[in-house]
Write a protein that binds this ligand. Structure first.
Ligand code: GLA
Length: 728
């Protein structure tokens, strides 16, 4: 790992065993991006310099030889002759809308600087990293952009964030302030991204880059179901195991934007960061603004290597705290079983059945507080409904504990129902625009987390409940998009700061609560995967992946999710059939095989199960637990894509290759097909493996090259799960 600066042609070369990243400063102070890709040996910029000589329509500053509209600028300002999408747009009180950034200085720092108030990748004890800080300056406004690049000694990822500083004497408004820009000298790429909807998250789409601007973004006040803050540029021939892939992931939970433009010369520029739509930030003299962090991963060997780099970094250096490396409890969540319709005895009967199943953690979802018997009311009133619970919350928790299980509880602390005591007391705490009606989402409004008093209320309401009983798990939900943005306390001209201030407010609340309760396992949720992003993972080591628990739909959702996120972050539950969302009937065994891809649990009314079913589940949980460490922390491989075939297969291999689990699911019945083979990955080619259920032995090379012969499909949505153990 090295960060080198060659004075002669002002050339920066960041290099490790995974990539080289090269930039240079030209004679006029423009910072050029020159190269990002497989490691190269190079000590000067010249061989990499390439730009189009300008013709009549490209504007040129007096004294400069060429138009910056043709230059791959590393962090482009705006209002200049560079008319492509930019990274930074600013305007001052005199309506000067030009941001002309020139090289000012650089510094090489040991380690990785801490980013105040935002989620971020961190270093563990003994891990090394090096950071390059390049400062660009607009001399007229005296505005500085500090570009941070961190290389890690233990990962092939590259971290980027930017700090904008106002060093001048007048106020400047930021209208766009991206984290980073990437440039490529050709357009021979395809764009992969993860779009979706409520109940259909992480749909993987791969399309050619077109000669236009393509934008992946959210404007929903959260990272959203509709788009995930991730994209990859890959070569057309890139597969899971070969070819170039450039991953881009933003550690942020609000409006984001990944904007690609293929320009006239077939060069590609990508801007990554906060969505410029609806964004403005006032920077008074002496103030600074820090963008969220972005993590880039270059892989020369396909998508699996890219994903594994993300999964490992996010597992070990983003997720924090007591639960990071621990096996997660197998839980039973009450929601799909009874929704709001329960009483104390119903919950106790569900708890008794859960205990017989062998569940570790019993979770009471929505409906336990205020007068919440439906989703029209009571959000904000975080007071246990004792008549409904058949006693105090503490008594219910004790009942569950006495059955040998831990207890967990659902909250939706950012929300407020119009029909709530909280709203009656503080109508001004809800987000709304004066003199306008506010749209309701799931019949609810959103609390204004830009306000300190609101944040204070949330912290004290949630921590009050957590202190009142032995609660070891919290599901933190958020069930609507944001609209009609307005805050009583934010001056009108600062309305453009709302979305970012909201998320900073949420991060502050989460930091306080998770610090006060370091042993509580927090699970993030937003109607499933509506805020499944690296930002939330910093505070909560689990995320409910989707409100769609149908196992066949989950194959797509979990496959897409695995592009970036580690298995431990992704929670997967077995639910009843026909599935509430899709009405599909998937065999019990397949539902479990699919859910065993991540943090595992159940979501139905267990008091309705027969003794035989309970016994089956008991065995299933035992099997999951035997390999839970491998599932949560092993190397994850996508073997067969449900997006392009009539099946899905995935595999997890232990770091030392001693054991592997492979799962294959048939998603459609096809007549007259020969039996299929499943080729495994990542095994020790020379070792002998025993498949534990059949006792059959195979060499690693056989399993990876010839592949195991799958059984013929027996029924709709049949599946098989193999465990291979290396013989010592
Ligand atoms: C959201 C969550 C569900 C459940 C309900 C409760 O939809 O995603 O899992 O908690 O809220 O209202």
């Amino acid at each position: 790992m090295s960060i080198a600066y060659y004075e002669q042609d002002r050339f920066f070369h960041l290099k490790n065993e995974h990539f080289s990243y090269c930039m240079r400063v030209d004679d006029h102070g423009h910072l050029w991006h020159l190269y990002y890709g497989a490691p190269i040996g190079l000590t000067g910029a010249e061989p990499l310099v390439n730009y189009q000589k300008h013709t009549s329509f490209w504007s040129v500053l007096p004294g400069e030889p060429n138009s910056i509209d043709t230059v791959p600028l590393e962090y482009p300002g705006s209002g200049t002759a560079d008319l492509r999408p930019c990274a930074l747009t600013t305007v001052d009180a005199g309506f000067d809308g030009v941001t002309d950034l020139r090289f000012d200085s650089y510094e090489i720092l040991a380690g990785k600087p801490h980013i105040d108030g935002l989620p971020q990748v961190y270093l563990n004890e003994g891990e090394i990293a090096e950071t390059l800080k390049i400062t660009l300056k607009d001399s007229v406004k005296e505005l500085y952009a500090d570009l941070y690049y961190t290389l890690f000694g233990f990962s092939g990822a590259l971290s980027r964030f930017t700090v904008i500083r106002n060093g001048g004497h007048s106020t400047v408004r930021l209208q766009k302030a991206m984290t980073a820009t990437l440039s490529f000298g050709d357009k021979d790429f395809e764009l992969i991204h993860l779009h979706g909807a409520w109940g259909r998250e992480f749909e993987l789409e791969r399309t050619p880059l077109t000669k236009s601007v393509q934008t992946i973004s959210s404007f929903r006040g959260s990272s959203s179901h509709t788009a995930n803050p991730f994209a990859a540029l890959v070569r057309p021939d890139t597969t899971e195991d070969s070819g170039e892939a450039y991953g881009m992931s933003i550690i942020y939970s609000s409006n984001f934007e990944i904007e690609t433009e293929t320009d006239t010369f077939d060069c590609v520029r990508v801007n990554i960061g906060i969505n410029e739509r609806g964004f403005e930030w006032t920077l008074n003299p002496g103030e600074s603004f820090t963008t969220p962090e972005a993590i880039f991963v270059y892989s020369a060997n396909g998508l699996t290597a890219m994903s594994q780099t993300y999964q490992k970094l996010y597992q070990n250096n983003l997720i924090r705290g007591y639960w990071r490396d621990r096996l997660r409890p197998v839980l039973l969540n009450s929601w799909e079983g009874v929704s709001f319709h329960f009483d104390g005895e119903k919950m106790r009967s569900m708890a008794r059945a859960s205990a017989r199943m062998g569940v570790d953690l019993f979770v009471v979802d929505d409906g336990w507080f205020g007068l919440r018997d439906n989703d029209h009311c009571a959000l904000g009133d975080w007071v246990p409904n004792e008549p409904k619970l058949g006693g105090t919350l503490g008594e219910l928790v004790k009942y569950v504990n006495d059955l040998g299980m831990d207890f967990g509880l659902w909250f939706e602390p950012e929300m407020i129902s119009e029909d709530s005591d909280l709203y009656r007391a503080h109508p001004g705490w809800a987000i709304k625009v004066p003199n306008r009606a506010a749209s309701l989402g799931r019949h609810q409004m959103i609390l204004d987390l830009t306000r300190a008093d609101v944040r204070e209320y949330i912290v004290s309401a949630v921590t009050g409940v957590l202190r009142s009983a032995n609660i070891v798990y919290v599901k933190w939900d958020m069930n609507r998009n944001m609209s009609e943005i307005g805050s009583e306390q934010l001056p009108g001209e600062r309305n453009g700061e709302f979305f970012h201030r909201y998320i900073l407010g949420l991060y502050e609340v989460l930091e306080r609560i998770t610090t006060e309760f370091p042993h509580i396992l927090f699970e993030s949720c937003s109607g499933g995967g509506g805020r499944f992003d690296p930002g939330m993972a910093y505070y909560m080591p689990q995320n409910w992946t989707s409100d769609n628990t149908d196992a066949i739909a989950r194959l797509h959702i979990q496959y897409g999710c695995s592009m970036v996120y580690p298995p431990s972050l992704m929670t997967c539950h077995v639910s009843k059939v026909p599935n509430g969302r899709t009405k599909r009937v998937v065999p019990f065994e397949t539902r479990a095989n699919v859910a065993m891809q991540g943090s595992f649990g159940y979501e139905f009314d267990p008091s309705l199960l027969t003794d035989e079913q309970i016994e089956l589940i008991h065995e299933e949980i035992k099997e999951y637990k035997q390999y839970a460490d491998l599932v949560l922390h092993g190397r994850f491989y996508r073997l067969v894509s449900p997006f392009t075939t009539d099946a899905c297969a995935f595999e997890t291999v232990a770091e030392d290759k001693s054991v592997a689990i492979a799962t294959y699911v048939f998603t459609a019945g096809v007549a007259m097909t020969s039996r299929r083979r499943l080729r495994l990955k990542g095994l020790d080619a020379d070792a002998v493996y025993t498949e534990t259920h059949s006792g059959q032995t195979y060499s690693g090379s056989f399993l990876m090259n010839a592949g195991i012969l799958l059984p013929a499909q027996r029924f709709d949505f049949d599946s098989v799960r193999y465990i291979f153990e290396r013989r010592s």
